[in-house]
Design a protein around this ligand. Structure first.
Ligand code: FAD
Ligand code: NAG
Ligand code: NAG
Ligand code: NAG
Ligand code: NAG
Length: 584
């Protein structure tokens, strides 16, 4: 940085900065001076409402002892707090402390492996440990954590707090918190406790079901103990079929294969079934999953992909999107989405390999040389919304059929989603966690274009909105706590039968509400305002439209009823003048 002063080297420095800026994902926390006057955002650089969050200070404890003293001081001063992680990969505003004067407690350096007990098959780790570390360290000891999200870039504290999962209907399901044996949580306390209370909770303890999925409002999880298994091998085959009987297949397929999931391309009328099971360790194969979606992508390429997508949106050129989607899908299928039989080449199914090499990936975390993760905001990368919800296994068929009816009416409506690799369907099981899944369910992950301009509607705006409302309101789906747009959380808390129990525990653990914010109060039903009614609000999912102004009337988008789900209210492009007067 000294170089900055020299004029002759400034060009050189610029180049250096440009390259450096494209390496690993950007720090989500930025401070104007050393650890004070900070802003925090998520890894996409934008919360659903596009606001910026501020905090007066960030602290980086490196041990539980340091964490305790930081929290004691802050509690004594009745300071608002939130836990931040080195990634901040959640989409909603969970990480923002209330007001501008809050304290962020980062788990970036609270990332030590504490103990692996090979005999008992347990692992005790600090909460800032990443999924990648967890998987690698377990494998070194000959152990495996069976079901996890597919993306390395999450911390154990963050993924537990939002109820993150992989895919299975077997054993205790795919949620990481359902393999938690113990956790230690540091919460605010009274003067008599020295202003902090450290609680060690284990399976069977009264509050364990609250602490397993806590949205960060009970205090800071300092360490957790997980249940592992002996490392095993899996055999994976992707099988492509048409989607005519997807609804009939969805429940049984989930029971047939331990790691089953389905990628659905509704406009292409295709479903890709992941046939994925354990096999004996002596089955030959050293397969690797290096997901193409999570590989480093050259910044220039990202920029041109985005520019093309913006152009197609601008021209409302659905055929262009459909053609691109087909090309991308066939490329992904030909390359098995990034599976290889050894480290490099895909030569055919099945791909057999050790679990730790197949469950999750994320090589873009190590990006360098002008490449980045697809959504990196420093290059003109992908910018999208993610609508992610789980629908009871018994209702998934009807939901799928309703979406298929919409596609019959508007065949090209999902081409835009297919540019983001379609709808990922994964299995989850009912959990004892108060804010965990209430029933065995299918989780649908839908990613779609988000304009840089919040007032710009997207292609097939109405269909995407209708699918979202179908799921959440007709089928009572539960939104993923770490994803989604505001409207998904409207009334969501009422879908949890033990929500009240959760709130009681919150009262005890954080009596002063220091870890609560407007957003967490809103999603927990303690405050109104999850949705925000204003001009154009429905376009960003900040509201469900009730007036035309919530859409984009100047651009021809009006608030209308759904096509299949008549209770849906969606922003529909009205081309004929007659329809504009059709306000029944
Ligand atoms: C590319 C990508 C892929 C993903 N894949 C999956 C997937 O396969 N399955 C899935 O279910 N989800 C997936 N997600 C979503 C992800 O699981 C959640 O968004 C997760 O919460 C992010 O973890 P994080 O470590 O970044 O936590 P953050 O987003 O930083 O934090 C989440 C919340 O947890 C709280 N918190 C964090 N650490 C602690 C702690 N130690 N104590 C108390 N509270 C804490 C924070 O305050 C915040 O409220 C994915 C996200 C991305 C970006
Ligand atoms: C805090 O940072 C902002 C920019 O992010 C700056 O405008 C402001 O002056 C800073 N305040 C202090 C007290 O440093
Ligand atoms: C599932 O949960 C039950 C109860 O918490 C536990 O006894 C059991 O060991 C768990 N099973 C697995 C496979 O983790
Ligand atoms: C879909 O595949 C099934 C067989 O799996 C076949 O019977 C059916 O005709 C196909 N439908 C279409 C529309 O191609
Ligand atoms: C593989 O292991 C199984 C037991 O797990 C055994 O029955 C089988 O004979 C072994 N096969 C080979 C080829 O070693």
């Amino acid at each position: 940085m000294v170089l900055l002063r020299s004029k002759t080297t400034s060009v050189f420095l610029l180049i250096f900065v440009a390259c450096y800026s494209c390496s690993p994902p950007e720090e989500p926390i930025k401070c104007s001076s050393e650890n004070t006057n900070c802003t925090i955002t998520n890894s996409y650089g934008a919360f659903p409402d596009r606001s910026t969050c501020r905090a007066a200070e960030v602290a980086y404890p490196t041990t539980e002892q340091e964490l305790i003293s930081i929290m004691a001081e802050a509690t004594k001063n009745r300071r608002k707090m939130k836990v931040a992680t080195c990634f901040s990969h959640s989409i909603p505003k969970l990480v923002c402390p209330d007001g501008q004067e809050g304290l962020l407690i980062s788990t970036k350096y609270l990332n030590h492996m504490l103990k692996i007990d090979v005999k008992a098959m347990t692992m005790t780790i600090e909460s800032g440990v990443t999924l990648r570390q967890l998987i690698n360290e377990a494998a070194k000891a000959g152990l495996a954590f069976p079901y996890t999200p597919y993306w390395w870039g999450l911390t154990i504290g963050g993924l537990l707090s939002t109820g993150a999962h992989g895919s299975t209907l077997w054993a205790n399901g795919s949620s990481v918190h359902d393999y938690l044996l113990e956790l230690q949580i540091v919460s605010p306390g009274g003067a008599e406790d020295g202003y902090v209370k450290v609680r060690r909770l284990k399976d069977g303890d009264k509050d364990f079901n609250a602490a397993k999925v806590s949205l960060g409002v009970l205090g800071v999880i300092s360490q957790v103990t997980l249940k592992l298994q002996p490392l095993f091998k899996r055999s994976i085959t992707y099988l492509t079929k048409n989607d005519s009987n997807l609804g009939d297949q969805v429940a049984s397929f989930g029971h047939q294969h331990e790691f089953a999931d389905i990628i659905w391309y509704p406009s292409q009328r295709k479903a890709v079934y992941r046939i994925d099971d354990r096999v004996s360790t002596n089955t030959s194969g050293n397969g690797l999953y290096n997901s193409i979606s999570f590989r480093p992508i050259p910044s220039l390429e990202l920029g041109s992909i985005r520019t093309l997508e913006e152009l197609l949106e601008h021209l409302s050129y659905a055929n262009g999107k459909c053609a691109s989607a087909k090309t991308i899908t066939s490329k992904l299928l030909n390359t098995a989405y990034g599976l290889s039989n050894n480290d490099d080449d895909f030569m055919g199914y099945p791909v057999v390999g050790f679990h730790n090499r197949l469950q999750a990936s994320g090589t873009c975390l190590d990006s360098h040389h002008n490449s980045a993760c697809a959504w990196d905001r420093r290059v003109n990368g992908a910018f999208f919304h993610q609508t992610t919800f789980s629908i009871s296994l018994f209702k998934a068929k009807s939901f799928i059929q309703d979406v298929q009816k919409l596609i019959e009416m508007e065949p090209k409506a999902m081409c835009g989603v297919e540019l983001y690799n379609g709808i990922l369907m994964r299995y989850v099981k009912a959990s004892s966690a108060y804010l965990g899944k209430q029933e065995d369910a299918v989780d649908f992950d839908i990613t779609y274009y988000r304009s840089k301009n919040p007032m710009t509607p997207r292609l097939y705006e109405d269909i995407l909105e209708e699918v979202e409302q179908l799921a959440l309101f007709k089928y009572g789906a539960l939104p993923h706590w770490g994803k989604n747009r505001n409207l998904a959380f409207d009334g969501a808390i009422n879908k949890y039968k033990n929500a009240r129990e959760f709130l009681k525990v919150k009262e005890v653990y954080d009596p002063f509400g220091l870890f609560s914010s407007a957003w967490t109060d809103q999603i927990l039903g303690l405050k109104n305002g999850v949705t925000i009614a204003k001009e154009g609000c429905a376009l960003e999912g900040l509201c469900i439209c009730s007036e035309d102004i919530h859409c984009a009337p100047k651009k021809g988008y009006y608030c209308r009823l759904g096509k299949v789900y008549k209770d849906a209210k969606v922003c529909t492009r009205v081309t004929s003048k007659i329809n504009i007067c059709d306000v029944s």
